[in-house]
Design a protein around this ligand. Structure first.
Ligand code: ADP
Ligand code: MG
Ligand code: ZN
Length: 494
């Protein structure tokens, strides 16, 4: 078990198992807010308090109206996660006071959520694992506070009332890596459905892990700690791993874990106490008197189910069958819809003799490397798909060698020029001419008689060195397979 450390307690060997459940809040990318007609705006672009009306500002006497698009988005997510959608769900008031919540309560769903009992399969190093989803419910976001100092804060209500979907798992995770894989897989699904930007930095997707430890073999849960403010997958995985270790050390020292909410300090890479967790009783939930029950017709739900797009999991399976990719590479390519689309577009342009598997490797290794280096997202790949296909076809047909291919790709990435054009201009066309290569090989052997002799004396590793010399002589253009054959032939003959 990856995440559980072993500790000695009072002379006995004791080991702990981590138990983790996730609450994820996803802002729904609808045009208007959850209960009013205000537009949903980019928090970093819109001026504060410009997308606010009496409803989302919490004025007395106003009435909420449910946004049908948000319900539809929520149901699509629920169906994609294999949930049972409740034909009748209820909105409820969650009461608490905070300056970013002008009404003094948040409209959420409590006892009868939109959907229940879903699942998401993740692919860990140890194999597939199914994470059960407990509930999916609709609610509204709060405003945003900016703290200027210990006694001065500003409030922006642009975000107040933005539709949120909360997706809660069962405590099925046992390691930090599983938590990250689930969050990434869920983000991919939300983006495939087009209901959420997946932008963790901007807070469009907020991931809150709950973590507890228990003695290995125990069936009861320990006291959990919740972590907030995680704005990257890296922070998520590290914070969970850190918290597992922190709790293990406390338990080892004979101290209890306190039920608290913590934050993640990115600079110091530690979790820090935020507040002592409220119990459910503190919120005094009750049914929202201003909204009727949300009643969904079975036919409408089935219509949405039938119109779900192909999702990452299914697309990966198809990539394995249709293009002969490994499950791993297929998984990597489908994570971002834009990358999967790019791969399929390039595959259409590949010459028939070239295996799509080769194309997939060029994308997942070389192209991803260039994208990471330049900080380029999947939507902004500067190499047209057809041109990448051309390059891969040139390499696979032996017209240029793989090393030259990588150089050409780097140049295509830099200036967007075509593969064939760069190959011509830089004179990279691979040489397969047998006489030319035979001459290179005999010259090389004549220049390095000692190495040639030591090969014949049985030091076979010298062959690679000699091969390197021939390739260098050809400035990387000689066909490596023919060079190897010719080297072996000439060394054997002499
Ligand atoms: P709360 O009311 O404190 O929010 P919930 O029962 O709603 O707690 O659960 C919130 C999340 O925490 C869920 O994802 C759930 O799976 C997870 N969870 C519940 N109990 C534990 C526990 N003891 N250890 C780890 N995670 C837990
Ligand atoms: Mg909760
Ligand atoms: Zn409004």
């Amino acid at each position: 078990m990856q995440s559980s450390a072993r500790f000695c307690v009072m002379g006995e060997k004791m080991s702990y198992e981590a138990v983790i459940g996730l609450e994820i809040h996803a802002e729904l990318a609808t045009r208007s807010k959850m209960f009013c007609a205000c537009p949903v705006v980019d928090p970093q672009e819109a001026a504060p308090n410009t997308a606010v009306c009496p409803v989302c500002a919490g004025m007395p006497g106003t009435l909420p109206v449910v946004n049908a698009a948000a319900v539809e988005y929520g149901v699509r997510v629920a169906l994609a996660l294999g949930c049972e959608v409740n034909p009748r769900s209820l909105f409820a008031r969650k009461n608490y006071f905070y300056p970013d919540l002008p009404k003094g309560y948040q409209i959420s769903q409590y006892e009868q959520p939109l959907a229940r009992n879903g699942r998401l399969v993740i692919h860990t190093a140890a194999g597939e694992k199914t994470i059960r989803i407990r509930r999916v419910h609709l609610e509204e976001d709060t405003g945003k506070l900016t703290h200027l100092g210990p006694d001065r804060s500003l409030v922006d209500l642009n975000r107040a009332g933005v539709p949120l979907l909360e997706i809660v798992t069962e405590p099925d995770f046992r390691a930090a890596e599983e938590v990250r894989l689930y969050a990434q897989a869920l983000r991919a699904i939300l983006r495939y459905l087009g209901v959420n930007s997946g932008d963790l930095q901007k807070g469009a997707l907020r991931i809150e892990p709950n973590i507890s430890l228990r003695p290995m073999g125990s069936q009861t849960f320990g006291t959990k700690v919740e972590i907030k403010n995680l704005n990257s997958f890296r922070a998520l995985e590290r914070a969970v791993a850190y918290e597992i270790e922190r709790q293990a050390q406390r338990l080892e020292a004979g101290e209890a874990v306190q039920q608290v909410t913590m934050g993640w300090d990115e600079d110091r890479q530690v979790t820090v106490l935020q507040r002592v967790k409220e119990g459910e009783d503190d919120y005094r939930y009750f049914p929202e008197p201003d909204l009727p029950p949300l009643v969904l017709e079975a036919a409408w739900i089935e219509g949405l189910r039938a119109s779900l797009p192909e999702l990452p999991e299914g697309r990966a399976r198809r990539f394995v069958e249709q293009y002969g990719l490994t499950a791993y590479t297929a998984g990597v390519l489908v994570e971002e819809k834009a990358v999967a689309d790019y791969f399929e577009e390039a595959a259409c342009h590949l010459s028939a003799s070239v295996a799509p598997r080769a194309l997939a490797n060029w994308i997942s290794v070389d192209l991803f490397g260039l994208m990471n280096q330049a900080g380029v997202s999947a939507e902004q790949i500067p190499v047209p798909a057809a041109e990448l296909a051309e390059l891969v076809s040139l390499v696979e047909a032996g017209r240029i060698n793989p090393g030259s291919g990588r150089e050409v790709l780097a140049e295509m990435f830099r200036n967007g020029r075509g593969a064939a054009e760069i190959v011509r201009q830089r004179g990279l066309e691979q040489v397969s001419d047998a006489d030319f290569i035979a001459r290179l090989v005999s010259e090389t052997l004549a220049e390095h008689p000692a190495e040639a002799a030591s090969f014949r004396a049985g030091k076979v590793t010298v062959l690679n060195w000699l091969f390197g010399q021939v390739m260098r002589k050809s400035q990387g253009r000689a066909n490596p397979q023919i060079v190897r054959q010719e080297l072996e032939k000439q060394l054997g003959n002499q």
